[in-house]
Design a protein around this ligand. Structure first.
Ligand code: SF4
Length: 493
């Protein structure tokens, strides 16, 4: 495979971003190099998402645009990996017969061998994990964890190209079967990785300069595996990772409200690296809707959990996910969600318009009966309520000094840099000097500063605020710097 160029595009969630990193790591080890030119690459991989109809339509459109280049260069290998590959392999081959490789998210370690096979036979290669058994318990299944990560010693650290931050998977799959969700079908049963492998990987990343690690799992707080015959649960895993010297910050996503235990809050309060931020998707503020979604908690239980988080972990911020327009959702039920947003004062929320996914319980048993314009209106209303809350909360921070990990240039500065370089103009130092950092509570702070601050923990005094961003001035350094080594760039959309 030496000398061949790989183009990879990633759609969807952080799980997919990490999966792409792992695939890239394996293929770089096989002699591929990365390219940003899709149409002239030797291997094109689309890492797909099935959570919404829109994401699948986008993947199909990208695949459609590859027909011409593939005709011009029949040796080009076109691959679909990730959730859509697992969910609908037949649909993909029917609509896009030029696809050579189809690989589900649980089979990614087979990709190098699949490419060898395609080059040899010129036949399509398919790897899916459709028969993952759920008869055993999560603890028993953890012993069968099929680790793509273990193969990946050549992986570069970095989230979205940032060498200071990295994702580490602790768990695959999900056992919850929320009625709207396709994940249990595409990513299979819940399996947790052995704790020692996770700790070793975190240590390796910290040795490479990573300061902040985000642990990933579909329901990360239900993590369980065995060590020396003893069950290791999530709070203990956090404790073991926290002991790694040089690690500054530890985060985790996504937590399932129904499984959250107090020991995790205690770990968040007591551990040096555990950040005071929790992403806790609720999906709806109405009990009947939660029931139809088969979320295994009530609104009251969710509120109790939020209150407990604030009682135990001082200064914690919370984020949540909502679905608007789920089957049968009435205006009154939607109003309950707005009330919950007001009650919980989230730092931010992610709102999704319900989109029916084939194969899910909701697709089989309930009707997607909320008109699209109503979903759109509810979506806007929700974002408006949240925006008002976020502006007020953020304004309350003006005058305070916060510690940030400096991540790099702000998006605005990068855009200006690209545009002005393309126009052959000099870049204004006022814009390029705009750095961006993140607080332990996951707030974004933009401020002026020199590049040598990147990778450092510094104090910034807040002088302005919008709903999503804080602005401030450097008040002082509070930590060590770190190297910014080479990166693997992955196209994320
Ligand atoms: S908890 Fe529910 S929404 Fe989350 S991945 Fe599992 S089934 Fe999907």
């Amino acid at each position: 495979m030496a000398g061949k160029r790989l183009y990879i595009e990633t759609m969807g969630c952080q799980m997919n971003v990490l999966d792409s990193e792992l695939v890239v790591g394996q293929l770089l080890g096989k002699g591929f190099s990365l390219t940003n030119e899709m149409t002239t690459a030797d291997l094109v991989l689309l890492n797909t998402c099935s959570v919404r109809d829109h994401a699948e339509a986008k993947a199909l459109s990208r695949l459609g645009s590859l027909k011409k280049p593939k005709n011009a260069n029949p040796d080009m290998i076109v691959g679909v990996i990730g959730c859509m590959a697992e969910r609908d392999p037949d649909g993909i081959t029917l609509k896009m017969p030029h696809v050579d490789l189809i690989c589900g998210p649980g089979e990614l370690n087979k990709i190098p061998a699949m490419i060898d096979e395609i080059e040899e036979t010129r036949e399509r290669s398919v790897a899916l994990s459709q028969s993952l058994s759920r008869r055993s318990t999560p603890l028993e299944r953890a012993n069968e964890y099929d680790s793509v990560e273990a193969l990946d010693l050549s992986r570069s650290a970095g989230i979205d190209g940032n060498p200071l931050q990295a994702y580490v998977r602790v768990q695959r799959g999900c056992d919850k079967f929320c009625t709207f969700c396709v994940v249990p079908f595409t990513r299979g049963a819940e399996r947790s990785r052995p704790p020692q492998l996770i700790v070793d990987e975190c240590r390796m990343l910290v040795d490479r300069g990573v300061k902040e690690i985000t642990l990933l799992g579909q329901t990360v707080n239900s993590y369980v595996n065995q060590d020396d015959g003893k069950a290791v649960r999530f709070a203990e895993l956090l404790e073991r990772i926290d002991a790694i010297a040089g690690l500054e910050r530890l985060r985790f996503v996504t937590s399932y409200p129904g499984d959250f235990t107090d020991d995790i809050f205690h770990a968040m309060r007591d551990l040096r690296t555990a950040c005071e931020y929790l992403h806790l998707p609720v999906q709806s503020g109405s009990d009947p809707v939660l029931k139809r979604m088969r979320r295994q908690y009530s609104v009251g239980q969710y509120i109790d959990l939020v209150d407990k988080a604030r009682d135990i972990v001082p200064g914690i911020t919370l984020a949540s996910d909502f679905i608007v327009g789920f089957c049968g959702e009435t205006d009154e039920e939607h109003a309950e969600s707005l009330k919950l947003i007001e009650r919980c004062t989230f730092k931010n929320i992610f709102v999704f318009k319900y989109s029916e996914r084939p194969g899910t319980v909701a697709a089989k048993r309930v009707t997607d009966d909320v008109p699209d314009d109503v979903k759109r209106r509810r979506n806007m209303e929700m974002l408006q309520v949240q925006e008002n809350i976020a502006i007020q909360t953020n304004r309350g921070l003006i005058g305070q000094t916060v510690q940030v990990l400096v991540e790099g240039y702000s998006k605005r500065a990068i855009k200006a840099q690209v545009a002005e370089t393309e126009r052959g103009q000099e870049i204004s130092s006022e814009v390029t000097g705009q750095l961006v950092g993140r607080t332990r509570t996951d707030r974004i702070v933009v401020f002026s500063g020199e590049t040598d601050l990147v990778g450092r923990l510094i104090d910034v005094q807040i002088s302005g605020a919008t709903a999503l961003t804080l602005h401030g001035e450097v008040a002082g350094a509070s930590g060590s710097s770190c190297g910014t080594g080479g990166l693997v760039s992955i196209n994320v959309s």
